[in-house]
Design a protein around this ligand. Structure first.
Ligand code: G6Q
Length: 546
């Protein structure tokens, strides 16, 4: 048994789970009318209702004890303090410094990083203002109308999700496009709609060595030069965001259009850095800074609120509760807000890349489950697709419901209908429908006897399916910043409890190496194949038919 699973806090939770497992939440609500007040928290304009969870006061006490046993408060201090908590890459994980609005210094290796952070923010402001107000124009003197971000993973998902979410704040003169896939269709289909004279490419790559991004960047460059008939056009139409400034220079990006960041910013935590440049261009730098401000408010809450009143801590611990004690394997997120339609994809990377680890910090294989599968789609669409499994399937899938109180697009009854669905779903997942209730319903519909009995089991809903609901005023940049930071810290809390490194990604690095090995074999039939029979067979098939 590992130190964690044999620990007193873990064992106490195991015993507590046995007691709480048979208890129905509907019973808990009947017994305690004050349950919502007890298990909900407000942070600024954000409300977390976590009362529809299979918990009582004792559960929270025991989960908090687990976090304390794991040394969570000290770990939070180490992260904010710039310690090299990403020890396998010998790096700090300081995305919090990027949105530090306090004026206080943040040190890495004894050096305050804040002056550099502010310098890059200022460069971003100058560049985005210049593009937006027509001071930075294309090679032929026309205003920039389309921004194409070329990047993948952490250099794509965050800015893409945020630009989609903040559309109501976008400049009507600008469109934002995101090309990530090395499948030529992604770039080709995007370019089809664009005019080279008014297009600005941003090549976003922390390392500037990523095969997909560089391949797309080279093709985009060839397209631009061909369309404008002049190599010199690259200077006005290409910008880069990277930590590898030699490589951006080698690619031929004008130094004035290069925005640096630092190795202590992890890819999936990088939208707060210059990787957020497409966001700043699209919605303006003031709005981008509001996004940083929202995250900063959550950072302050995370580092100062007591654990039992700390929203990211509670979200993280509830995930541990279901993943490790109820055996849940996946975790869903349902934004009842169409503009958050890429939020689940963004969280998927954040959670699964960060906590998809099977050895602890000491290199021991863990004997407990770590990161859950994260997935989701916007409501109400999901209701007409996969919610069935949540309501009546065999698996327990804890879910987060997210919804704004106000819509950016108020139109008749739309928003009330949207929120009525949101509230109704979490209520139904919690309550379920007993056999007695189903029987009464069927009888009221005129069914009886064998016909009723045959249908009955199919009409029963077990309920007791846990959900959190996060409500916010409206999806503005500040609120979006808050939501993202909440989930970032949730992931951190879980990593601390599981004693894993949430900040490396060797599985991603593996993928980067592997394709490089096979690529030459695809075109060179004479090259000896040193693969297993399946991979060798696939390569042969490709060679024969292409
Ligand atoms: C994120 C991962 C990964 C990374 C991409 C792109 O945390 O490391 O998703 O962001 O592989 O890497 P580059 O930004 O270096 O191109």
């Amino acid at each position: 048994m590992s130190k964690l699973t044999s620990s007193p806090a873990w064992q106490a939770l195991k015993a507590h789970h046995a007691a709480i497992e048979p208890v129905q939440m509907r019973r808990m609500f009947q017994d305690d009318p004050a349950r919502f007040g007890k298990f909900s928290l407000q942070l600024g304009e954000l409300l977390l209702d976590y009362s529809k969870n299979r918990i009582n006061g004792e559960t929270i006490k025991l989960l908090v004890a687990l976090a304390e046993q794991a040394g969570l408060p000290a770990c939070i201090g180490r992260m904010f303090g710039g310690k090299k908590i990403n020890f396998t890459e010998r790096r700090a994980a300081l995305h919090t410094a990027l949105r530090n609005r306090s004026g206080h210094p943040v040190y890495v290796d004894g050096k305050d990083v804040m002056p550099e952070v502010r310098r890059i923010l200022e460069l971003m402001r100058r560049f985005s203002d210049a593009v937006r107000n027509g001071r930075h124009v294309g090679h032929t003197g026309k205003d920039i109308c389309d921004i194409v971000n070329i990047g993948i993973g952490g250099s794509d998902l965050g800015p893409l999700m945020a630009c989609e979410a903040l559309k109501p704040y976008a400049s009507p003169k600008l469109s934002a496009h995101f090309v990530s896939n090395v499948d030529g269709a992604h770039l080709a289909e995007t370019l089809k709609k664009l005019d080279a004279e008014t297009t600005l490419f941003i090549i976003s790559s922390k390392t500037f060595t990523t095969q997909e991004t560089l391949t797309n960047a080279r093709s985009a460059r060839a397209w631009l030069v061909e369309k404008l008939g002049d190599e010199q056009a690259v200077a006005k139409h290409f910008a880069a965001v990277s930590t590898n400034l030699d490589a951006t220079a080698q690619f031929g990006i004008h130094p004035e259009n290069v925005f640096g960041f630092w190795d202590w910013v992890g890819g999936r935590y990088s939208l707060w850095s210059a990787i957020g440049l497409p966001i700043a261009l699209y919605v303006g730098m003031d709005r981008f800074e509001e996004l940083l401000g929202g995250a900063c408010a959550v950072d302050e809450h995370f580092r100062s609120a007591p654990l039992e009143k700390n929203i990211p801590v509670l979200l993280g611990l509830l995930g541990v509760w279901y993943g490790n004690f109820f055996g849940a394997c996946s975790n869903a997120v349902f934004p009842y807000d169409q503009s958050l339609h890429r939020f689940p994809a963004y969280l998927q990377q954040l959670e699964m890349e960060s906590n998809g680890k099977r050895v602890d910090r000491d290199g021991n294989t863990v004997d407990y489950d770590t990161g859950m599968v994260m997935w989701g789609e916007p409501g109400t669409n999901g209701q007409h697709a996969f919610y069935q499994l949540l309501h009546q399937g065999t698996r327990l899938i804890p879910a987060d419901f997210l919804a704004p109180l106000h819509s950016h697009n108020p139109a008749g009854e739309h928003h009330a209908i949207l929120l009525a669905n949101c509230f109704a779903q979490s209520e139904a997942l919690m309550l379920g429908k007993t056999a007695e209730e189903a029987r009464a319903e069927l009888a009221a519909q005129g069914l009886h006897g064998e016909a009723l009995e045959t249908l009955l089991p199919h009409k029963v809903f077990p309920g007791n399916r846990p959900t959190n609901t996060l409500l916010f005023d409206r999806l503005d940049p500040h609120t979006l910043g808050m939501l993202i930071a909440l989930y970032e810290h949730k992931v951190f809390v879980q990593g601390v409890v599981w004693n894993i490194n949430s900040f490396d990604q060797w599985g991603v690095e593996l993928g980067k190496q592997l394709a490089g090995k096979i690529l030459p074999e695809l075109s060179d039939a004479a090259m000896a194949s040193k693969h297993d029979a399946s991979t060798g067979g696939l390569i042969d098939h490709f060679r024969k038919h292409v």
